[in-house]
Ligand binder design. Structure first.
Ligand code: PEP
Ligand code: MG
Length: 542
């Protein structure tokens, strides 16, 4: 048995086999071939198989994340049939008498270089795609294609780090736990684990060697340990802990359908945070009262180019319909900083967290912003949608946003497209917004406090940097006083205020938040019932 420690980002116990997700590029060996026709035939067969895999991926993604997010696999299928690409590979095979893997590799390098040097942003983006499809073909040719990133039994995923575009390919029913070498507490993997209610460790200093594939392991998300090939004693102990946990979860299930109300009668809204329509299942399963934060940027991150208005409309409509009249707050695009999509072609910045991100991008690219707003407004007819804007620092920004949203509504009116006049709120996640929250409260319908960013900006602690953990105090009095101030200023103007950052799920603070008058707490779906339990056991009169 070998054990490695890491930082737990979600508790629980997982017992199962390890599945490695590695991104390592393949080494291509060049060798001479005798018969060009046979080699071309070998290539054609691999290309056909790649096409089948992409069609399967498309169907899977379409079911799980909708047509818009699945479109990339359709683009890949089309690229596989591109004449120039195919001619180049076949020519290299026949002229240079070399193996297909080598011909595909050279063609991939040439084409991706050509695409990268183009001015057109869309074409630039194709550079990564041509590499992607070529790697798929090479994997098939070399027999390395056991579809390493999928498995047909539930597994513990071990990876360097996971990008949102990688997690979209995973069958979530087959994931027992995430263990990554890198990543931070608020990384996408961590948030996903909380949504899925499975244990996850980050910062595990483990060498990702092939030998680990298929080995039995136990992830202890309570103590932040992964045991590889656990001994009998550890297995028994962990299984017992897992059973205790299941028992606790069962008890929580009894809270479904019950109110979020303290013993002395104070009620509070408990909503859930999602990053994807697929997460709606977890929201319903955990009986959240609504969606307090739909991180819409994942729609952009999971795409290789700007999602269209219609694609977004379908996603927001589905969320509105599924939640059947419960409030669904769509947070507009919060790209930038740690959330990068290449096709935005953002400049590299010294301090990206303080750079061109979120609403700043939307206000400098109004067409991108308006496309999203049109999609949200159109979808508003299908349920109870609300919209909120991230990273606000000034009154001027809010006024500009309101002018743009009025323009969008006027354009919809002109075209006789129906929409509802939905609530418009802002995120309070910068100290500037806190300090002028009295003024901002006069302009909007609600506040949602983003404690993840508010904490990083207040304590000057980069939320992505695990080395700063010892300097990060989630209960820092400065942040708590800010939350209190925001609540006071919101209520003076009769608007409601919620918390949608990770702090909202911190049960040690629930009592204090309720005393401050927080109206809504929006947490990862798996935290909804524990939070309800906490609220129901509080007595604020004492
Ligand atoms: C926050 O900053 O607290 C928040 C909820 O937004 P995100 O984590 O997506 O930046
Ligand atoms: Mg934020």
């Amino acid at each position: 048995m070998i054990e490695y420690g890491g930082k737990s980002v979600y508790g629980g116990i997982a017992v199962g086999k390890i599945h490695l997700m590695s991104k390592s590029e393949q080494q291509i060996v060049k060798y001479s071939i005798e018969n060009g026709d046979d080699e071309t035939e070998r290539f054609e067969a691999a290309k056909k198989e790649a096409g089948n895999q992409l069609a399967e991926l498309y169907d899977k993604a379409k079911k799980e994340v909708g047509e818009a997010n699945a479109a990339i696999f359709e683009i890949h299928q089309m690229m596989l049939d591109d004449d120039d690409y195919l001619d180049s590979i076949k020519n290299i095979i026949s002229e240079q008498h070399v193996n297909a893997e080598y011909a595909v590799g050279v063609t991939a390098d040439n084409f991706s270089e050509m695409f990268s040097s183009m001015d057109d942003a869309y074409m630039k983006e194709r550079a990564a795609d041509v590499k992607d499809i070529s790697e798929r073909i090479i994997r098939i040719l070399t027999g390395a294609d056991t579809e390493k990133n999928t498995s047909d039994e539930p597994v513990i995923i071990l990876a360097d780090d996971l990008a949102p575009s990688e997690t979209v390919q995973l069958d979530k029913n087959l994931v027992l736990s995430f263990v990554t070498v890198h990543g931070s507490t608020n990384s996408h993997t961590a948030i996903l684990a909380r949504t899925m209610n499975i244990p996850a460790l980050i910062g595990v200093n483990i060498e990702l060697s092939e030998e680990l594939e298929g080995k039995m392991a136990v992830v202890d998300g309570f103590d932040g340990i992964i045991y590889i090939e656990p001994d009998e004693e550890t297995l028994i102990k962990m299984r017992k802990r897992k059973d205790d946990e299941t028992e606790k979860q069962k008890l929580l299930q009894e809270l479904k359908g019950k109110e979020n109300i303290t013993k002395d009668g104070k009620s509070v809204l408990v909503y859930a945070n999602i990053g994807n329509v697929k997460d709606l299942a977890y929201v319903l399963k955990n009986d959240a009262g609504g969606i307090g934060l739909f991180r819409s940027e994942f729609i952009y991150l999971e795409n290789k180019t700007y999602p269209t208005e219609n694609e977004q409309f379908q996603i927001y409509k589905k969320a509105a319909e599924t939640m059947a009249g419960k409030r669904v707050i769509i947070r507009t695009l919060d790209i930038g900083a740690d959330k990068q999509a290449d096709y935005f072609n953002l400049d590299k910045e010294e301090n990206p967290a303080m750079g061109l991100r979120a609403i700043r991008i939307c206000l400098t690219r109004p067409e991108v912003f308006k496309t999203q707003l049109r999609a949200i407004y159109r979808a508003s007819k299908y349920g109870k949608l609300a919209v909120m804007y991230p990273m606000i620092t000034s009154l001027e920004e809010v006024k500009k946003i309101k002018a743009i949203s009025s323009e969008v509504k006027a354009e919809l009116d002109e075209k006789n497209i129906p929409y509802n006049n939905i609530e418009e709120g802002i995120m309070i996640e910068t100290p500037a917004a806190v300090m002028i929250s009295d003024m901002l409260a006069k302009e909007v319908d609600f506040f949602s406090i983003g404690t993840n960013d508010l904490s990083q900006y207040t304590m000057a602690v980069d939320r992505q940097n695990p080395k700063l953990d010892e300097f990060f105090n989630p209960h820092h009095e400065a942040v708590l006083r800010m939350i209190e101030m925001v609540c006071r200023n919101a209520h003076k103007e009769n608007i409601w205020v919620g918390i949608c950052g990770e702090l909202g799920a911190d049960l040690e603070l629930t009592e204090r938040f309720l005393e401050m008058g927080v109206d809504e707490l929006s947490v990862s779906p798996s935290y909804v019932l524990p939070l309800r339990n906490k609220i129901r056991n509080l007595d604020l009169s004492k």
